[in-house]
Design a protein around this ligand. Structure first.
Ligand SMILES: Cc1cc2nc3c(=O)[nH]c(=O)nc-3n(C[C@H](O)[C@H](O)[C@H](O)COP(=O)(O)O)c2cc1C
Length: 184
């Protein structure tokens, strides 16, 4: 069984990113993958602020990432990029810490103006962390979704289709990789 870590990068509560993360978790659990979710806003703020590599909480979260085969990062776009709090956590991942992982970036934005932030901010970050398999990301505009607590509703069939296609692709990759591992 492959394991997936979902990082939700919004500092706010409630949050679209968190509702999307919950949708993704349910999807992958229904496909028999093991899923852990990290809400960056729930991590100790002092540890993030001071880049405390010795923090017990941070070390535990990093060990979950280390064990995972895939990482999904869901973040709002803030000022044309990912959020600062997300970056403060990702800064604590060791050099090339995503080398053996598939990464799926998912961004939400107030408009389509920063659609390309997936390409010019999210992807270079995962690349520098060593990931050699960064899937095509998904960008959701606020008007395409609504949420109540953790329950996500798609207001647009096309965006649901794009999200589900990205999830299906990742699930297939993980199943393929796992069957490859079992043969050796
Ligand atoms: C401080 C701040 C900066 C933002 N900057 C942008 C931006 O540059 N481009 C954009 O499309 N949306 C921007 N937004 C809108 C959010 O990305 C959008 O509402 C997102 O879905 C919020 O996700 P969340 O509910 O998970 O926090 C910004 C919102 C905030 C609060």
């Amino acid at each position: 069984m492959s394991s997936i870590v979902i990082i939700s990068g919004s500092p706010t509560k409630p949050s679209r990113s968190e509702a999307i993360a919950s949708y993704l978790k349910k999807y992958f659990e229904s496909k028999q993958h093991q899923v852990e979710t990290i809400n960056v806003r729930d991590l100790p703020a002092e540890d993030l602020l001071h880049a405390n590599f010795n923090s017990v909480d941070i070390k535990y979260r990093l060990s979950q990432i280390k064990q995972a085969q895939a990482l999904i990062v869901v973040s709002p776009v803030y000022k044309a990029s990912y959020t600062g709090i997300l970056k403060s956590f990702l800064d604590l991942i060791p050099e090339k810490g995503l080398a053996d992982k598939i990464v799926l970036p998912v961004a939400t934005g107030g408009s389509f103006a920063h659609l390309l932030s997936l390409e010019y901010t999210f992807k270079p970050l995962f690349s520098i962390l060593g990931s050699q398999q960064i899937n095509s990301g998904v960008y959701l505009v606020d008007s395409q979704i609504s949420y109540q607590h953790l329950e996500l509703t798609f207001l647009d069939d096309e965006i649901k289709r794009r999200v589900d296609t990205a999830l299906q692709q990742l699930s297939n990759q993980l199943i393929e990789n796992e069957s490859g591992r079992k043969q050796f």
